[in-house]
Design a protein around this ligand. Structure first.
Ligand code: 16G
Length: 246
């Protein structure tokens, strides 16, 4: 890595100082979610640094999801991220309720489609066999959180077409109305960046960071029930895994 020149060193230092100061103010609640930060000019004057340096510090905190910018309005303190444990097989509805948030969905489509290679492999069905695809925008307290696309094999789940999945839980319908028990799931997590579909659905900027979650859920006979791809907002979510050393 190139060595920094002596002139750059102090600015680098002051930028990190401001960033950590703001980080602490957010952590202690001195700065509250939704609160506007003073204008960049004011922060620059107050800390004796350039506006460029202030902007750099704020950009880091925006990238970390602690602040968000509203063009023309300023920079605000973000809501804390939802910390989602990854150990139990839970539904979106259960996840939001356990955090005191109101779950909701906006239906984007429910249709019968041919299984792609990927879907067929996950659901262990023949390529091009018919599957049910349910696409929903998942909301917490009315705010878009994730864009979800669920595939279920047909004819087993054909009855779902008649269900209103807008504001109800798929897992609840499966378990309580259809008598399908969900035993286990395998889930993959990877970073992704927002393309046009995610931008529109989640109301975020192109290129925003997302977490792509892929899940295959199985019944007690180990038959795949659903294959899901969900794009979660990277600025609103973090996942928690508890590890034990054997
Ligand atoms: C979660 C699951 C999804 C499941 C949904 C059911 C992931 C990636 N997705 O969003 O597999 O279909 O919950 O939610 O974890 P619901 O019962 O609230 O409709």
């Amino acid at each position: 890595m190139a060595r920094r020149s002596a002139a750059e060193e102090p600015a680098q230092h002051r930028y990190a100082q401001l960033r950590e100061l703001l980080r602490e103010a957010i952590a202690t609640g001195e700065l509250k979610p939704g609160e506007a930060l003073p204008p960049e000019r004011e922060l620059a004057e107050r800390h004796g640094i350039s506006r460029m340096t202030v902007r750099q510090a704020l950009s880091d905190l925006v990238a970390d999801g602690l602040l968000y910018r509203q063009p023309g309005l300023g920079t605000f303190v973000a809501n804390p991220k939802i910390a989602q444990p990854l150990s139990r097989l839970t539904s979106f509805t259960e996840d939001m309720r356990s955090r005191g948030l109101k779950p909701g969905s906006q239906m984007l489509g429910i249709e019968v489609v041919e299984a792609t290679h990927e879907v067929a492999r996950a659901l262990e069905v023949d390529r091009q066999s018919r599957v049910l695809r349910v696409r929903r925008l998942r909301l917490a307290d009315g705010q878009p959180m994730a864009l979800e696309s669920v595939h279920l094999p047909l004819p087993r789940f054909a009855a779902l077409v008649a269900e209103d999945l807008t504001d109800s839980s798929l897992y609840r319908i499966l378990e309580e109305r259809m008598g399908v028990h969900l035993a286990r799931a395998r889930q993959f997590l990877e970073p992704a960046s927002a393309g046009p579909q995610e931008v529109q659905g989640l109301g975020i900027r192109p290129g925003s960071l997302l977490l792509l979650l892929e899940r295959v859920t199985y019944d007690p006979e180990d038959v795949p029930v659903e294959y899901v791809r969900s794009f979660y907002r990277g600025d609103r979510y973090r996942f928690v895994v508890d590890l034990t050393r054997l």
